[in-house]
Design a protein around this ligand. Structure first.
Ligand code: NAP
Length: 239
């Protein structure tokens, strides 16, 4: 039986992926800050879920929690980082920005580093992170969110290079959703919004295929292409 950890599995995309993994015969370690939601998920299949309640912004304890969880699972093949924070911040309040940076940059880096080093020592493994199409361009209403997602994308690219150099079977998958129907979907205009179920199924397919970069749902690749080529002087006016 394969073993996975999903960080940020109390709700939304992380919860959806955890459920699909369990349906596909994985043992799954689930994490988040809301203990009651972790316990509710575990009740669905008590033998296959293992839970650990922690805040990813508290980076000094991340290794301890992930080591404990991995021991309970008796190993690790796959880790999915789905934890994320992002709030609208039109007024540019530093505390709002900092909260996002603490989770999406500092916490993310601690999680990714622990994962890569664990897989390096066993010479195989698969690190998957849920970034966002928002990381392709700056955004005046959520500046730290888009910047943090750009950080995650580039960080994952660096880890992919590291893995290639080592010649180990360590796969790195960058999942870039457009809009998925969760509490995080804060855009005023919600178009092409996917259900958690649809998004999770597409993400699982990408995990099985060990894809490097994937847009969820698939049609969001069109927006990604436009976002990348749109000249600054136009982008600044329309957004
Ligand atoms: N929904 C979208 O449209 C969309 C689009 C692009 C990218 N994404 C990305 O998808 C990922 C999952 O988000 P979602 O849409 O599924 O939203 P969600 O339902 O709000 O899930 C966020 C998850 O992150 C966890 N989390 C947040 N802060 C945490 C912290 N400090 N410590 C530990 N866990 C924390 C939450 O758990 P607790 O609250 O229990 O701690 C929850 O399980 C995020 O990285 C988000 O940026 C979402």
């Amino acid at each position: 039986m394969k073993k996975a950890i999903v960080v940020g599995a109390t709700s939304g995309i992380g919860k959806g992926i955890a459920q699909i993994l369990v349906d596909n015969d994985y043992k799954v370690g689930i994490t988040g800050r809301r203990l009651n939601l972790l316990e509710d998920l575990k009740k669905e299949n008590p033998d296959k879920y293992f839970l650990k309640c922690f805040d990813v912004a508290d980076t000094k304890n991340i290794s301890k929690y992930l080591n404990e969880l991995t021991q309970e699972l008796s190993g690790l093949d796959l880790i999915v980082i789905s934890s994320g924070n992002g709030d609208l911040d039109e007024e540019l309040d530093f505390e709002v920005e900092k909260k996002t940076i603490d989770v999406n940059v500092t916490g993310f880096t601690a999680l990714a580093d622990w994962s890569f080093n664990y897989f390096k020592q066993q010479k195989f493994g698969h690190l998957v992170a849920i970034t966002s199409i928002a990381g392709l361009r700056g955004n005046r209403i959520t500046p730290s969110y888009s910047a943090s997602k750009a950080f995650q994308m580039i960080y994952l690219e660096g880890l992919r290079q590291k893995s290639r150099k080592l010649k180990y079977q360590i796969n790195i998958t960058d999942i870039r959703p457009g809009l998925v129907d969760t509490d995080m979907a804060k855009a005023e205009v919600k178009f092409w919004i996917a259900s958690v179920n649809k998004a999770s199924k597409q993400i699982f397919k990408a995990i099985k295929r060990k894809r490097k970069i994937v847009y969820i749902t698939k049609r969001w690749i069109l927006i990604a292409v436009v976002a990348k080529v749109l000249p600054n002087y136009i982008y600044e006016r329309i957004y």
